[in-house]
Design a protein around this ligand. Structure first.
Ligand SMILES: *[C@@H]1O[C@H](CO)[C@@H](O)[C@H](O)[C@H]1NC(C)=O
Ligand SMILES: *[C@@H]1O[C@H](CO)[C@@H](O)[C@H](O)[C@H]1NC(C)=O
Ligand SMILES: *[C@@H]1O[C@H](CO)[C@@H](O)[C@H](O)[C@H]1NC(C)=O
Ligand SMILES: *[C@@H]1O[C@H](CO)[C@@H](O)[C@H](O)[C@H]1NC(C)=O
Length: 476
């Protein structure tokens, strides 16, 4: 039972020994994590039919509590930490080299804008060159800006107050960048700014978590209509008719084309075609003004890696003949392919935001071994350092981003970063923990330290979004 942090070499040796307990464990783990996403749409469909969910919430992919255990796709972060062979020189630095260039370039451009835009001010202290992502969480007695009674868009397992979370101080913080202010999202201003525009989310259930936070923040003004063309709950489209503003979400936890290794055997890992576009989103984003793309914890699951339709490796597969690779191996290639798809759009006039890797916060054990997130306050910036494997994922992503961003500039495609990694690393207090279900409920993940309570710190992502879009609009 040695599936903790192990390097690739060791994995290979262990696997080659093929002890039966090892295989049994792998199968058990694979079973748990594979059932979940595969059966999700089906279960949801059944539940939609079987239970009287109010039509308004029905649209939003709100689950009944019985489905909770069935589709927490992201609960594995501490199960299989990876070590990165590709980069032995990894240093424990939180601020990556890419930022410097990013900032410098941004500053030059924004200095120009400032002259033109002083009259509007923009509420950000007039400092358009400010690095939004370096700062601290500071107290904000005004929060939260909605509750589970004012917003119906809260997905069941993120409705922490409903399941009895006793503390509320975690709702009373806002992000304060070191060199400027980050205004809290003003829903009227946001909707006005988005008039005639469209916004797409591409990613996994954390992307959905983010979208639902936005719907809740905007619900102080109005709700959208569901104008989805698909019955698939993973692909939704919302329209704010008064503003001619659309929000869409595209499910793509791996960002690339995927398949199952065995359609009839759900215990088998996913196949990732690391060099193939996931056309469910790549063919759809062309006309959007803003696309927020993200991916993360799914890359810690057992997976088979393909290139050119040939197996080039795997993660936690039982085969001894296949080269075992790290999560960063597939993460890097998936991002490279996703960015390639974005950069090959010929008529894309929008902006792509890379929402960066966000770590989970299990403490005192793994997700399935009693690990939990019971803190009730944010960390101060100097209080906690991110774990190595999170940093590796982040660094990998930034390297690919940097390459793609440069390439995009040549092609006239704008890619920029919404760097939530360190910001959210400081919020161990923002997860549902055991308040994502009823106490006696039999769920796979007893303590959810991956998703975020609504309301909760993920609401701040939309403060960033508003500011980033404002900067884009100003730049036009
Ligand atoms: C909202 O949260 C309260 C606790 O603050 C809880 O009693 C109530 O059941 C929740 N309502 C809904 C609709 O989730
Ligand atoms: C929003 O979606 C509707 C329905 O799909 C479409 O008719 C409309 O043109 C879209 N508006 C924008 C601004 O994309
Ligand atoms: C972190 O910084 C604060 C204020 O700058 C200081 O009071 C505290 O002692 C520091 N904590 C650690 C662990 O260094
Ligand atoms: C919880 O569910 C699992 C899988 O369905 C089952 O094996 C287990 O016995 C259940 N535990 C309890 C306490 O009901």
């Amino acid at each position: 039972m040695t599936l903790h942090p192990i390097n690739e070499g060791k994995t290979q040796l262990l696997t080659r020994r093929k002890t039966s307990s090892k295989i049994a464990h792998l199968v058990a783990v694979a079973l748990i994590i594979t059932i979940v996403p595969i059966y999700y749409p089906y279960i949801h469909y059944l539940l939609d039919k079987a239970t009287a969910i109010p039509s308004s919430t029905d649209d939003l992919n709100v689950e009944t509590t019985t489905t909770l255990s069935r589709h927490h796709p992201l609960y594995r972060s501490h199960l299989f930490p990876t070590t990165q062979k590709e980069e032995n020189d990894l240093k424990l630095v939180i601020v990556p080299p890419v930022k410097k260039e990013h900032r410098k370039r941004g500053r030059r451009k924004r200095e120009r804008r400032e002259v033109v835009l002083k009259p509007t001010g923009g509420g950000s202290g007039g400092n358009k060159s400010c690095d939004l992502f370096s700062g601290e969480w500071v107290e904000n007695p005004e929060g939260p800006y909605y509750t589970n009674l004012t917003c119906w868009a809260i997905q069941e397992h993120q409705n922490c107050m409903k399941f009895g979370r006793p503390d509320q101080d975690f709702l009373k913080w806002r992000w304060k960048p070191n060199d400027c202010e980050l205004p809290v999202l003003d829903p009227v201003h946001f909707l006005e700014m988005m008039r005639g525009k469209s916004l797409a989310f591409v990613g996994d259930s954390v992307a959905r978590n983010h979208m639902q936070s936005l719907l809740c923040l905007l619900s102080r003004v109005t709700y959208p209509n569901d104008v989805s063309t698909s019955s698939d709950q993973n692909f939704r489209r919302w329209e704010y008719p008064d503003y001619n503003f659309n929000i869409s979400i595209f499910w793509s936890p791996y960002l690339v084309n995927t398949d199952r290794t065995d359609r009839n055997d759900i215990t088998k890992p996913f196949k990732l075609y690391l060099d193939e576009f996931d056309e469910s989103w790549t063919t759809q984003i062309q006309d959007f003004n803003y696309v927020i793309i993200s991916a993360g914890q799914w890359f810690f699951r057992p997976t088979m890696f393909y290139s050119n339709r040939l197996v080039i490796g795997c993660l936690y597969c039982p085969e001894s003949t296949i080269r075992h690779r790290s999560s960063t191996f597939s993460y890097r290639r998936a991002w490279r392919t996703a960015f390639k798809a974005i950069n090959s759009l010929t008529n894309f006039k929008g902006t792509v935001f890379l929402r960066s890797f966000v770590p989970s916060h299990f403490e005192g054990g793994r997700w399935d071994k009693g690990g939990d997130c019971v803190r009730t306050k944010p960390f101060k910036g100097n209080e906690s350092v991110m774990e190595d494997y999170s940093l590796e994922m982040y660094k990998t992503q930034l390297q690919e981003y940097k390459i793609a961003e440069r390439e995009g500039r040549r092609n006239g495609v704008k890619i920029t970063i919404m760097d939530m990694t360190q910001v959210m690393h400081l919020r161990p207090d923002g997860h549902p923990s055991k308040y994502g279900h009823w106490p006696l409920q039999n769920v796979t993940m007893a303590n959810d330290c991956v998703h975020w309570c609504l309301p909760g710190p993920i609401d701040a992502w939309n403060d960033f979004l508003m500011e980033l879009i404002k900067r884009e609009e100003i730049g036009r």
